[in-house]
Ligand binder design. Structure first.
Ligand SMILES: [Zn+2]
Length: 85
């Protein structure tokens, strides 16, 4: 699969601790519970559903569902907001 601009954008904005970027689309679902994972979705609804599943099931490791959030990659002002420790 060719590298899409969304994956490039997600990678550009990633924090150093991003372990994995999967999927494709302008909406990025972030699970900053270590290790940070990012999944990309084409529609906000898809991202929201994925977040719901992730919130319920947990993303593994030390999961805190409150940390899960969705970022619209078209909004230039929104960077990946990693929890500051
Ligand atoms: Zn989590």
């Amino acid at each position: 699969m060719a590298r899409s601009k969304w994956r490039v954008e997600a990678r550009r904005r990633r924090g150093r601790r991003v372990a994995e970027i999967t999927g494709d689309g302008r909406y990025a679902l972030l699970a900053p519970c270590p290790p940070l994972t990012v999944t990309l979705w084409r529609a906000r609804e898809e991202a929201a559903e994925a977040k719901q599943r992730l919130d319920q099931a947990g993303c593994g490791g030390q999961c805190n569902p409150r940390l899960h959030h969705i970022v619209d990659l078209t909004e230039a002002s929104q960077l990946f907001l990693l929890p500051q420790r």
